[in-house]
Design a protein around this ligand. Structure first.
Ligand code: NAD
Length: 247
């Protein structure tokens, strides 16, 4: 068995409070590109469309890109073996919770239950006037912008835009999980998006061992990572699960 895989499996098997933390990289093999890097969405789109002030002042233009990125195309993605392996780890009591920066709902679709959505979700929309919530699949996006059925206010996806705060409940639960973790499994994230990027640091400062899965080095790899498993999450995580069975 690969030495690092064995080390990571042993840490997870002996952990009392293991937490997973995922970024856009875990959904790449489901067909969703990350934001950063040469194949990232920001090489094609201007990130300003996800700025909250731009959304309020150029609502239609922002919505056109949002519809294309998060509803036409995210909507068709399915969980991959990495999402499924994490759901199985929770089912077996190995993982206690999962913090995700993703807004694609793929962890829940794979069967994960204790999921903290640090950046919110694309699954629901919220009225910018009266705060009514709607399931996104009930909203007709053929006419933009979509409007609230109760007050005619503009609807906004229920994920956070640049310039908005972290949803309070997810922020609190994630911080608690990071503080209490003895093993923190970081998957597919550059560690560049604040304040989410602080969570592995908080875990480390509180004594957690950091296991990292990524195709390339991140901001964590040479600083706080204890065991680096280099490769695609969809390949590594099922192998890690298998290794846990054997240690
Ligand atoms: P990022 O785009 O900054 O970085 C992606 C990371 O994934 C990189 O470190 C890359 O090396 C790694 N990666 C790429 N393919 C991988 C694979 N197959 N297996 C393992 N790792 C792989 O992503 P981020 O740090 O999560 O930050 C971007 C922000 O954008 C997030 O906060 C998130 O909210 C949002 N976002 C979400 C989605 C989604 O919901 N699926 C997609 C794009 C962006």
């Amino acid at each position: 068995m690969d030495k690092y895989l064995f080390e990571a499996a042993k840490l997870l098997k002996n952990a009392k409070f293991a937490i997973a933390f995922t970024g856009a990289g875990i959904s790449v093999e489901s067909g969703i590109p990350p934001f950063r890097g040469s194949t990232g969405l920001w090489s094609k789109y201007d990130p300003v469309v996800l700025d909250i002030n731009y959304f309020h002042t150029n609502t239609n233009d922002a919505w056109k890109v949002i519809r294309e990125l998060f509803y036409d195309f995210f909507g068709k993605a399915k969980p991959n073996p990495a999402h499924k392996a994490l759901a199985e780890m929770e089912k077996r009591g190995i993982l206690k919770a999962l913090i995700t920066q993703n807004i694609d709902n793929l962890h829940q679709e794979a069967g994960s239950k204790e999921v903290y959505e640090y950046h919110g979700t694309a699954q629901t929309m919220v009225c910018t006037e009266c705060a009514s919530k709607y399931h996104s699949s009930d909203i007709d996006l053929s006419v933009l912008p979509p409007l609230c059925k109760k007050c005619n206010g503009v609807l906004k996806p229920d994920f956070i835009f640049f310039g908005e705060g972290i949803p309070p409940e997810a922020a609190q639960k994630s911080a608690e999980a990071a503080e209490n973790a003895d093993v923190f499994l970081v998957i597919g994230t550059t560690g560049e998006v604040m304040p989410a990027s602080m969570l592995p640091q908080i875990a480390k400062q509180n004594g957690a061992k950091i296991i990292e899965v990524n195709v390339e080095n991140s901001n964590y790899t040479n600083h706080i990572t204890d065991v680096f498993l280099q490769g695609k999450a969809g390949n590594i995580l099922p192998k890690l699960l298998e290794a846990i069975n054997r240690v």
